[in-house]
Design a protein. Structure first.
Length: 541
């Protein structure tokens, strides 16, 4: 081959092009590799370049609200683009062939409608859609996007049609072709590149729209940009749960979203926001779930539960209350009288006492002697159940750390420890080690487990050599000054650590992670409890 067409770039030029491409693509490559990291690795400094990739972030997106939001965006953008082209391309062709005065004024008038700010149409669209029932529907978004894309299509396509020589059309007409045939078979193929460019711009406008999606949708037709606003709240419900790092997180989930609680106005960096999203505020029609604790300063559950309720289309809000043990009975009965209250969530130290105050309890609570969830029946009776064990077991399975053939050590025989041991035994665990400072709770729990699961091997020694999973089911770790529940150096290298503390990333988690052990925090337990508790509060279970 000869001539310039056969030249190849010199090696130096190829290297320069490669360097430039690498620099330009580096931010995207960095984001891509972060998507395969766990939250702990993302926050680690200096960031590791060699790591074991995980698909958990993608699974969280696909199993959360983002998947349906992605489909809504795809449908609204695609149908609005197709409809705008279907109407706009013939209109642009007609204008391009129109002769006489007023042509340019008409074209400019069509374009002016596209110049108007979207906020000027918000109230009319909202009122009209509410009247005809198109609020929170994909069809409503398609009509809005089409109305704004149509002037753009006409304005952009008109110059493309004007570049097509009229002599081609006249020749076809002389040969007997119809006007429709000339338009479809001769003109459109010539302006196909213009149609493609216009279609891309229309699709991008509809895909990236946030404003109309925010005003005209709630849950059913919510789009990806609006759901993206919440990704910091619900994406696995856990990224950056450690407030000491000033990072907020995500769940159930996988939002999203600047992770502040709906009622507290907490910002994603754990500082106070200047304002609260008005759609997160409760109204007279809202319903409430109260979480009782004593003390309650460490309770962070509302920032997971309230967004989760909202994601499911429920106008529910979780509110923490500091309730002393001697006040528990009065508070339960008093709040249960209100039709605005859905139920209660119980945490330390109220789980055993709440069990005795319920009018009826579920099978897990009956075995464990504790409840962490109470539903208010229509007759105002209290029905309790324990979901700590179910949430823990589902989280352990999801994280791939539950192996029924290996010994599992549970530290703590209180309410959470009992629930976890019961769930492990019911799931087929063959060997469980139980450690607790006081022997009484261990003896009572052991008796119940052996009565229900005769083949279960239970040990009480502090040997960890054969442990496949260690669970901290105590309150140790709520405060930075707390002692470690055990020394992670005693654990084998392939042992996983599950700490049920969700309020912060504990020193025990840090020490276990420093040893290279797989660490799961309490936020995962919350994330897997949420569906179970919500179904219970709704009376579905």
């Amino acid at each position: 081959m000869s001539g310039s067409s056969g030249r190849r770039a010199s090696p130096a030029r190829q290297v320069a092009i490669g360097v430039v491409l690498f620099v330009l693509l580096l931010p995207f490559l960095w984001l891509l590799q972060m998507s395969f990291k766990s939250n702990d690795l993302i926050l680690q400094f200096p960031p590791p370049l060699i790591f074991a990739p995980t698909l958990e972030n993608y699974r969280s997106l696909l199993h959360g609200a983002f998947a349906s939001s992605f489909v809504n965006s795809l449908l609204s953008a695609s149908f609005s683009t197709a409809l705008a082209l279907l109407l706009g391309v013939p209109a642009a062709y007609a204008l391009s062939r129109r002769a006489g005065r007023g042509k340019h004024s008409l074209s400019f008038g069509i374009l002016v409608t596209r110049m108007a700010p979207p906020i000027a149409f918000t109230i009319p669209f909202f009122l009209f859609y509410r009247w005809i029932g198109l609020l929170d529907t994909v069809a409503g978004l398609v009509l809005v996007y089409t109305s704004f894309n149509l002037p753009l299509v006409i304005w952009m396509m008109q110059p493309f049609f004007e570049t097509v020589p009229r002599s081609l059309e006249e020749a076809a007409l002389v040969d007997g072709a119809r006007t429709r045939t000339v338009f479809i078979q001769i003109v459109l193929p010539i302006v196909a590149p213009g149609i493609a460019v216009t279609a891309i711009l229309c699709f991008l406008y509809a895909w990236n729209d946030f404003f109309f999606a925010l005003i005209l949708t709630r849950t059913n037709a919510r789009t990806a940009p609006r759901c993206g606003r919440q990704l910091h709240e619900l994406r696995r419900l856990g990224m950056g749960q450690d407030r000491r790092r000033g990072v907020a997180g995500d769940g159930a989930g996988p939002g999203v979203f600047s992770r502040g609680a709906a009622l507290s106005g907490q910002r994603a960096d754990c500082r106070c926001r200047q304002g609260i999203d008005w759609m997160q505020l409760p109204t007279g029609a809202s319903r409430f779930v109260f979480i009782f604790a004593h003390p309650a300063g460490h309770v962070g559950a509302p920032r997971y539960y309230s967004p989760y309720f909202r994601e499911r289309g429920l106008d529910w809000h979780m509110v923490p209350l500091d309730v002393a043990p001697e006040q528990l009975a009065d508070m339960l009965r008093t709040l249960a009288k209100s039709s605005s209250v859905v139920g209660f969530n119980l945490t330390m130290p109220h789980k055993p006492a709440a069990f005795t105050l319920c009018d009826a309890v579920g099978p897990a609570a009956q075995f464990e002697g504790v409840v962490n969830t109470i539903r208010i029946e229509p007759n105002r009776q209290l029905v309790g159940e324990s979901f700590d064990g179910g949430g823990f077991l589902n989280a352990a399975r999801s994280e791939g750390v539950f192996d029924p053939d290996r010994r599992i050590v549970v530290i703590g025989a209180g309410g959470a420890g009992r629930a976890i041991c019961h769930a492990l035994a019911a799931a087929g665990a063959k060997r469980i080690g139980i450690l607790n400072e006081a022997p009484g709770p261990v003896e009572a729990l052991t008796l119940r487990l052996r009565n229900s699961f005769p083949s279960l091997e239970i040990s009480f020694d502090e040997s960890f050599d054969d442990a496949g999973l260690l669970v901290n089911a105590t309150s140790l770790g709520l405060h930075a000054t707390d002692a470690l529940p055990m020394n992670p150096a005693k654990l084998p290298g392939d042992c996983a650590v599950f700490d049920i503390i969700a309020a912060r990333r504990t020193e025990f988690m840090e020490a276990a992670a420093a040893r290279g052990l797989r660490v799961i925090g309490g936020v995962e337990m919350i994330r897997h409890q949420l569906p179970l508790q919500t179904a219970f509060w709704r009376g579905e279970t």
